[in-house]
Write a protein that binds this ligand. Structure first.
Ligand code: HEC
Length: 140
């Protein structure tokens, strides 16, 4: 058997060393990309109110949920709609949405939850612009 050429050994060594460093960097770099602020106590309570009153049955957050009513992800942070607008729907209902008998605190918590949902993400694919590499970007 002939000895491998020295350049082959160097190539193997270089590949081995780069593989080692690449693996080390992959395994040690964090995966947290979400820069949304953490949910406040009120937002967490609001999420429970949202769940216990079955808002999901008719509404979506980030596009997930029932489809009888609109997606609520951005309703509170939308300058054209906002917290007072959302509060009116929740407290008074419409002919298509039931009126909820919630305490002022519960409604405040719901609003905090919807505010948090809006800060953490966007939902309206029609308003987003698809980039050349396939992701959707929104104006903030
Ligand atoms: C039975 C189905 C149903 C349930 C349950 C329901 N909603 Fe609705 N909701 C609707 C419908 C339908 C609309 C649209 C009403 C309209 O335009 O008349 C709506 C509208 C809204 C809006 C205004 C959204 C917008 O973009 O105009 C908010 C805010 C809202 N709902 C919050 C809630 C919350 C919070 C809950 C739970 C406490 C809830 N809804 C439970 C059916 C429902």
């Amino acid at each position: 058997m002939t000895e491998p050429q020295p350049w082959r050994r160097h190539l193997f060594l270089a590949l081995f060393v780069s593989f080692f460093f690449y693996s080390a960097s992959v395994y040690t770099s964090g995966t947290a990309l979400n820069t949304a602020p953490p949910a406040s106590e009120a937002a967490l309570r609001g999420q429970v109110v949202f769940r216990e009153n079955n808002c999901w049955a008719c509404h979506q957050i980030y596009g997930l949920g029932g489809y009888m009513g609109p997606d609520l992800t951005n309703v509170v942070i939308n300058p054209d709609l906002g917290p007072d607008y959302a509060r009116l729907f929740i407290e008074e209902g419409t002919d298509r949405m039931p009126k909820f008998d919630l305490s002022t605190n519960e409604v405040d918590d719901l609003i905090a939850y919807l505010e948090y949902a809006g800060a953490a993400g966007n939902y309206n694919p029609k308003k987003g612009k698809v980039t050349w590499y396939g992701t959707v970007e929104y104006e903030r």
